[in-house]
Design a protein around this ligand. Structure first.
Ligand SMILES: *Cc1c(COP(=O)(O)O)cnc(C)c1O
Length: 469
């Protein structure tokens, strides 16, 4: 019966709504959601009372009302947390798909905010007062940077490939080397993409060796395209042979059909000039004779999620007329952000200072070492005596299928188990780092937690998090 007496101590929801602490929550979130939060907390309290009523009997109604109100405010604040939590990416993978790929430059973020908050001339021609084309804003610049005749932008590179194939090869054949039937993580597998686009895959050659004559003998009146897919995340080594793009282009052109290339990462400038491993540029692919090239806007390009198709004007025109284009088009904020990032490419020299992706990729070992020297004592202190902390050489990866096998020398803080400690202690440490308000994400490898410092910008924020460990 004591639980009935305890229940009677809970004030009605309407009177809890009048509690002082609840006021600002109502202003911020509205009355209804706050009421729901109070009801949930009352439910929880009733369950506690049913279990141990005695603990509540010496409290007043005011105290209980106050307690429910405070819990409800905490509940509603956590319900209204932003969708995404910023994290420290110390995984060593710079373009990490699961962590949102590239960080954008401030100029792009500002441009996206304007587009988000105002009416803009997205598809409105301010000269004529008539309907305009959303691609027109970027097309000139993309063409300037790639040497292409025309360009269009869609949701991501997967969409670009599907749209291209669906427009130019529906119910017709596409020739592609057996060495390039790739899977790019998740659900992007070339044979499946072909099928969903309604194109018929004609595999040519073998896994390790494909020759020009393999393509020539596979040509039929049903062939719509010759296609090349950049081997983004693997390499075939040993006894190998692939047909150069210029030869593939000639074979296609002699047959009167286009040659298209899915570059994946989409490099706009020669990465070697920044001391990075070379990657084929869009311009070089077009110069080699590709009629169309598809690439991501958020891999090596360093922009927002998008897919870009460039090439011959007549083919781009057909692609833009495909009803699927409407389904795959990008919104105004992405176009605004992408344009702003592309503008940085007009001055390639300054990219390592201005494009966050290249800031990270070109960070020198000296800078990384200096950063480690500043944070190491805080890391040691935070993890405690149970772990050995040391500086190790490591390799950062570019990630997202860009420059797959080339790893960049970097330096990391390695936190490892001392003899006699169980593996579970390390997994637990990694979990505690992930549970911080701004989680720290490292990489577990061979009994150590590796924190690659290449992408650490905010050292002070990082140290503040560690102090909470
Ligand atoms: C990454 C990649 C894709 C998919 O691009 P998303 O922008 O992730 O959709 C397609 N083709 C290749 C060769 C890739 O590397």
């Amino acid at each position: 019966m004591s639980d009935q007496r305890a229940f009677a101590l809970i004030p009605p929801v309407d009177s809890i709504l009048k509690e002082q602490v609840v006021h600002s929550a109502i202003t911020a979130y509205g009355r209804e959601p706050v009421k729901l939060a109070i009801r949930s907390e009352v439910e929880i309290l009733r369950r506690e009372m049913a279990r141990a009523a005695g603990e509540f009997l010496n409290h007043s109604r005011e105290e209980i009302g106050q307690r429910v109100a405070e819990a409800a405010v905490l509940r509603i604040e956590s319900e209204y947390q932003p969708l995404f939590r910023p994290v420290f990416n110390l995984t060593g993978t710079v373009i990490h798909t699961n962590l949102g790929r590239s960080r954008l430059p401030d100029s792009a973020i500002a441009a996206m905010a304007i587009a988000a908050g105002e009416a803009v001339d997205l598809e409105y021609n301010l000269h004529t007062g008539k309907r305009g084309d959303r691609d027109a804003h970027l097309e000139g610049l993309i063409c300037e940077l790639t040497g292409a005749e025309a360009a269009t932008v869609v949701n991501n590179n997967a969409a670009a490939v599907v749209l291209l194939l669906n427009t130019l090869a529906r119910e017709r054949e596409v020739l592609i080397s057996r060495g390039e039937l790739v899977e790019i993580g998740g659900a992007f597998r070339i044979p499946d993409v072909m099928e969903s686009a309604g194109a018929i895959l004609r595999e040519v050659g073998t896994t390790n060796r494909t020759h020009a004559r393999d393509f020539e003998s596979a040509l039929t009146p049903k062939t719509a395209l010759v296609m090349k897919v950049h081997a983004s995340n693997y390499e075939i080594r040993g006894f190998t042979s692939a047909v150069p793009e210029s030869v593939l282009a000639d074979i296609a052109h002699n047959a009167g059909i286009p040659f298209v290339s899915d570059l994946g990462s989409g490099c706009l400038v020669d990465m070697a000039r920044f001391g990075l491993p070379p990657e084929p540029t869009v311009r070089a692919t077009i110069e080699a004779g590709a009629d169309l090239v598809t690439f991501s806007g958020d891999k090596l390009l360093g922009g927002p999620q998008s897919g870009i198709i460039v090439g011959r004007a007549d083919l781009i025109k057909r692609i833009k007329a495909n009803p699927l284009k409407r389904a795959l088009r990008v919104d105004k904020t992405v176009l605004a952000g992408l344009l702003s990032v592309l503008q940085l490419y007009r001055d390639p020299e300054s990219l390592p200072q201005r494009l966050p992706l290249l800031v990270d990729l070109t960070r020198s070992l000296q800078e990384i070492d200096a950063s480690i020297a500043r944070i190491l004592p805080v890391v040691s202190e935070a993890v405690g005596d149970a772990f050995a902390v040391e500086i190790i050489d490591c390799k950062s990866q570019i990630g997202s299928g860009a420059l797959p096998l080339e790893l960049m020398p970097s330096r990391a803080i390695s936190v490892s188990l001392r003899p006699g400690q169980s593996d579970a202690a390390l997994t637990k440490l990694a979990a505690r780092l992930r549970a911080l308000p701004k989680p720290i994400i490292g990489r577990l490898s061979d009994g150590s937690l590796i924190l690659d410092v290449r992408c650490l910008r905010d050292e002070q924020g990082f140290c503040e998090q560690l102090l909470r460990l």
